[in-house]
Design a protein around this ligand. Structure first.
Ligand code: NAD
Ligand code: TYD
Length: 358
């Protein structure tokens, strides 16, 4: 059986990926995660006792630890999810983003190179380093601009997207210079189970169900492309298996929506589920707040390369995916409670200037 080293596997997308890989017992997974505020072992509780899964707490920037794991478990691939991932936090304090996303990725990449160079020829040709990145590296689109393609020039606007762009460049350079078989994926906004509730969709679901304000930045007309997390994970498996080393693949849902549309959809579904709630209509909770500094106006992804070359297509529409997502948050109150503790409350208070929003 194949072994993969997954980094950041206790976070939102990483945990969905690990659960998916283990559910079909396709590969043994070694999960290296620092467990920052965004990492949550409850995400992976169902793997307790699974002999094909190993959890190690630590940083991708800890070279000695990374080297030890590579030597001990001899993976045939690394999937790098580990990152600081929240744009607003990167504006509040960019330092951790540089340390993890840039310096950390560099250390991981360099250890991967040394390990890969010493592999026997057959294993060497099969090894892959898959770096999970974002569409935000391409910057912001005007309303009539065509969607981002793999050859769209990078123009990151936030400390988060700049740090991701820097790490993408390092990965690219390691392929070009050393021949390391790298793959980069640039995906649009994900939503689904296990997303930390400071991101738009879970924040709105949880605030609306408890009658708290729904804070919309600026005029609410910023556009994002949305993809259900399991569709992203399937795309990643496919890229890992069939992607061409050195290539980039854009991944998206062909699902552009304004933030206001997203929030109104969530409110309408909650009105349906809880017709007797005192918060009906949930839309009345919408509150326009100060805009995010440097807020990108629009992201859109042209994913025809992965569709045409690897045969990927998302299974979930926004209408079905958002219902599943809402239901998951309603069905998992212990999870919600476990993540809404100290550090998270402090962040909410810094970000929105009071305790009432989150
Ligand atoms: P997340 O914040 O939920 O999870 C990140 C995980 O990385 C956490 O478990 C955290 O503990 C871990 N981590 C942080 N620093 C670490 C370090 N130094 N060493 C080891 N582990 C560390 O993020 P996510 O939303 O799951 O995103 C995963 C990846 O996908 C990120 O690289 C992100 O840039 C990218 N991405 C996210 C989205 C999205 O919409 N969420 C879209 C496209 C790409
Ligand atoms: P977010 O989930 O932080 O993802 P990203 O910034 O990576 O796209 O935000 C998605 C969109 O929602 C973005 O345009 C900012 C907006 N937003 C709000 O309007 N209010 C909020 O409270 C949050 C967290 C985000």
């Amino acid at each position: 059986m194949k072994t993969y080293l997954v980094t950041g596997g206790a976070g939102f997308i990483g945990s969905n990926f690990v659960l998916r890989e283990r559910s079909n017992a396709k590969a043994r997974i070694i999960n290296l995660d620092l467990l920052t505020y965004a990492g949550n072992l409850m995400n992976l509780q169902s793997l307790d006792g699974d002999k094909g899964y190993v959890f190690v707490r630590g940083s991708i920037g800890d070279r000695k630890l990374v080297r030890k794991l590579l030597d001990e478990y001899r993976p045939c691939g690394i999937i790098n999810f580990a990152a600081e991932s929240h744009v607003d936090r990167s504006i509040d304090g960019p330092e951790d983003f540089i340390q993890t996303n840039v310096v950390g990725t560099f250390h991981l990449l360099d250890e991967a190179r040394h390990y890969w160079e010493a592999l026997p020829e057959r294993e060497k040709s099969q090894f892959r380093f898959l770096h999970v990145s974002t569409d935000e590296v391409y910057g912001s689109l005007e309303p009539d601009d065509p969607p981002f393609r793999e050859d769209t020039p990078y123009a990151p606007n936030s400390p988060y997207s700049a740090s991701k762009a820097a790490s993408d460049h390092l990965v690219r350079a390691y392929h070009h210079t050393y021949g390391l078989p790298t793959l980069i994926t640039n995906c649009s906004n994900n939503y689904g189970p296990r997303q930390f509730p400071e991101k738009l969709i879970p924040l709105m679901i949880l605030n609306a169900t408890s009658g708290k304000p729904l804070p919309i930045y600026g005029d609410g007309l910023n556009i994002r492309d949305w993809l259900y997390v399991e569709d992203h994970c399937e795309a990643l498996s496919l890229v890992l298996e069939k992607g061409k080393p050195g290539e980039m693949y854009n991944i998206g849902g062909r699902c552009e929506k304004t933030n206001l549309e997203i929030v109104k959809t969530i409110c309408t579904i909650l009105d349906e589920i809880f017709p007797d709630s005192p918060h009906v209509p949930h839309e009345s909770l919408i509150t326009f707040v100060k805009d995010r500094p440097g807020h990108d106006r629009r992201y859109a992804i042209d994913c025809s390369k992965i569709e045409n070359e690897l045969g990927w297509k998302p299974k979930e529409s926004f209408e079905t995916g958002i219902r599943k997502t809402i239901q998951w948050y309603l069905d998992n109150p212990e999870w919600v409670e476990s993540v809404q503790t100290g550090e998270y409350r402090e962040w909410i208070s810094r970000q929105y200037g009071g305790e009432s929003i989150g």
